[in-house]
Design a protein around this ligand. Structure first.
Ligand code: ADP
Length: 270
């Protein structure tokens, strides 16, 4: 941009230069503001359980010193708060690791179908505890993609767990995987996770993948959420050169769709 400014001595060029520099600064400022926001949010999220932990430690050292029933109760609350802090720190670390690798495309050839089946099997008992059945609609053939196994498992885990958490309790979750030919002729692996819960109002949809954005903070906390799950999903999907789409009809449920480039073995011509 600076080069452009120097190279253009005419009025018109000068004006173009000024606009470009202005835009550049706005995006730098926006990034700075986002970073400052993120640090403030993360600190606040960590401070809340920490303050509660400190409060209980002081109570146990003081007024509740000889009250064994209170001690048991308080220790359990402290365990839950410490667990919340650990989850948050684990998610923050995951996010920063994925960000560090953002520009290095994953190279391992994997079968996305078996990874999907594996995660459905892992989460089915948790879903059953809520009375929710996960229905798998998987293709007969494997779907090869270039990816990172742990990251893809994370995408599946976050989306299916959310569908079970926020979906209708006692309901069902449909997990569908298919290979389709994209508009550009590129083959794609398309995963969709659909629940039939209350869904998400349209004004929230564009912001759901922002870090710490939650439709209902209290509900998310009660369900053990950190507000980072969908931000992590978005980063992983981007790293895999894929797309994430979120659609919801309030009252009818929500559908999260991930499309990733699939690998097609080229027929060898004689
Ligand atoms: P959290 O840890 O709060 O679940 P996420 O980043 O995974 O964070 O999701 C962000 C927010 O998006 C959630 O707090 C919830 O309000 C909303 N959300 C995510 N998945 C669903 C869903 N399947 N149905 C309704 N709301 C959802």
């Amino acid at each position: 941009h600076i080069g452009l400014l120097r190279g253009n001595s005419t009025d018109v060029g000068g004006r173009i230069g000024v606009v470009l520099v202005f835009r550049d600064l706005t995006s730098v400022r926006r990034l700075e503001a986002m970073r400052a926001d993120f640090v403030a949010n993360a600190s606040h999220e960590l401070r809340t359980p920490l303050a509660s932990l400190l409060g209980f430690v002081e109570t146990l050292q003081g007024p509740a010193r000889n009250d064994s029933a209170a001690r048991e109760r308080f220790l359990e609350i402290m365990r839950v708060q410490a667990q919340r802090m650990k989850r948050l720190i684990d998610d923050l670390l995951s996010l920063s690791r994925i960000e560090m690798r953002a520009h290095v495309p994953p190279t391992e050839a994997l079968d996305f179908k078996s990874i999907t089946a594996q995660m459905i099997e892992t989460l089915s008992p948790l879903a059953r505890d809520r009375g929710t059945i996960i229905h798998a609609h998987l293709p007969d053939e494997p779907i090869t993609i270039y990816g990172d196994r742990d990251e893809l498992l994370r995408v599946l885990e976050n989306l299916i767990e959310n569908a079970v958490k926020y979906g209708e309790s006692g309901g069902k979750v449909d997990v569908q995987l298919a290979r389709i030919e994209g508009p550009d002729g590129q083959s794609q692996a398309v995963l969709s996770v659909q629940d039939y819960g209350p869904g998400i109002a349209p004004e929230h949809l564009p912001r759901l993948t922002e870090r710490f954005y939650r439709v209902d903070v209290v509900q998310s906390r009660e369900k053990g959420g950190t507000g980072l799950g969908l931000a992590i999903v978005k980063h992983i999907v981007n790293r895999h050169r894929g797309r994430l789409d979120i659609a919801s009809e309030p009252g009818e449920g929500a559908r999260f769709t991930v499309a990733l480039p699939a690998y097609v073995e080229k027929a060898v011509s004689e």
